[in-house]
Design a protein around this ligand. Sequence first.
Ligand code: 6R9
Length: 642
Amino acid sequence: MEILYPVGDAATGARIDRAGYERLYAEAARDPEGYWRDEARRTLEWITPFTQVKDTSFDAADFRISWFADGELNVAANCLDRHLATRGDQVAIIWEGDEPGETRRVTYRELHAEVCRFANVLKANGVRKGDRVTLYLPMIVEAAVAMLACTRIGAIHSIVFGGFSPDSLANRIQDCDSRLVITADEGCRGGKRIPLKANVDKALAHCPGVERVLVVRRTGADIAMVEGRDVWWHAAVEGVDADCPAEPMNAEDPLFILYTSGSTGKPKGVLHTTGGYLLWSAATFRDVFDYREGEVFWCTADVGWVTGHSYVVYGPLANGATTVMFDGVPNYPDHGRFWETIDRLGVNIFYTAPTAIRALMREGDGWVAKSSRRSLRLLGSVGEPINPEAWDWYHRVVGERRCPIVDTWWQTETGGILIAPLPGATDLKPGSATKPLPGVRPQLVDAEGAVLEGATEGNLVIADSWPGQMRTVWNDHERFFQTYFSTYPGKYFTGDGCRRDADGYYWITGRVDDVINVSGHRMGTAEVESALVAHPKVAEAAVVGMPHEVKGQGIYAYVTLNAGEAPSDELRAELRSWVRSEIGPIASPDALQFAPGLPKTRSGKIMRRILRKIAEGDVSNLGDTSTLADPGVVEQLVAGRV
Ligand code: 6R9
């Protein structure tokens, strides 16, 4: 039975209440120009006010996405300078290290000075407006400083998650031609060290274009420094002037690139621009979390993912909030880490992923009960559908039924949240991201693209542009159009399946393309396949998702070996660690089955539908296998399931 949690005390003092949401949604639908003009004016500080608002079309003939095109602003000035007069001494970032209590507090004034100083360091190292800078860092204050310093001078940052391998890092550096890389000697995660600088050294063997590496001293490990190329961060900033004017940037100037996996080919460099992205991250932070002056906000994501960009750094800082940067993991030193830290830092709003909730739920309520969590007002979820059991535990045990849960649906491509409840306005249903934010026009379409009305299920598309949407794939505008706008002409295709109920609530059902969502992280099946096939003993590989109790989805790989190679447990282990080193630990297959052959159509297409069913353990009804070139393959696969 479906449970409904009506808006309760959350409505008290909320910025947007029930009637407010209805009014704003209708207003944005009726007059997008007027709505976004007002929003952009009141949310951001502009150097040159814009006169144009929306200039967008998703149609092939005049495809364009442009917002506030003649306006000028600077992101760092919006996140720092404009707060100095009113809240210079307020804490901007609370950094919490891997060890509990290893904490650093940085005020807006201090952060402003650090950013200006480092922006001058970037300039001194030849970085100019429009240049790309790659960051490969732990969750340390310097990561935020480096991001904001780039934005201050108009450089484009590209953050690569510290869990990615040297090869993955090298690909991302090459794709966007970065000449400068920022890293740390090592990272610390769950008591273990991550050899970030050593990984950079390996990557740079394939990146001759990189001239400078700036290295933060995080652990003090003994690392190799390349003469003439590598410079310590602390040495570089010493004595540098803390005065650095914020570069006026056009609203449509690139802000950052973030690589994300798709259903085909190499990861795409998702490009976001200055005005639209900042407006979206700032406004959604303010409204979805109903942020109130002085509150402490903790989003547990890493800045290597989009959630870290929008809701650890840009959204909170644009609002003058206090944001927590966490450099640890949920189960270190024990399973009470989140809750103990919430008490110690006085966290009011906590935003994490279903995979973390499920992992902690398995350890029992005792770890939660050790903490008071009195400071908590609101809980959030992001990254994948949250199953009702996990939702209930989060609500009942963590939030003690006091705290609404905002289940926020969005993507790297969308820049920020598109579908989510507003705590003061929306009744909650566990497992549903509920309703679109004002200005967001979701639709469900069938395979032919026909728009489905009412309570129904289909493919989730967005019918019109919103300011925070990505503008292009770096260096490949054609791929941008093909990937997102060609499947259903005139609409942005999300790649997600979705159900809409009779109350107009949206229930995301998961990816409908060849993307697997592992612990809230996107993995393209094609990427894992090409890593496997790169192994000298592998002839062919097919990768699909399978249900996984904690990760949501796990990676199931079918591998055909070269003639003369024999399957063994050793080879299985070797292939798994091969994928780890090719892409990173998150891509390592959870299950790996040696398959004498793969099910293919006569035209040679692998029938993934069948592979998915076998991986799910649902072998009773494999559907129509008559189009297979060799139907016998299926029996072998079923028999060999791992
Ligand atoms: C922010 C982020 C995007 C994909 C997206 C969808 C899934 C994210 C979700 C959700 C159901 C939610 N997803 N949030 N599914 N409910 N609240 O995660 O970006 O890494 O690009 O992933 O994640 O499948 O298409 P990204």
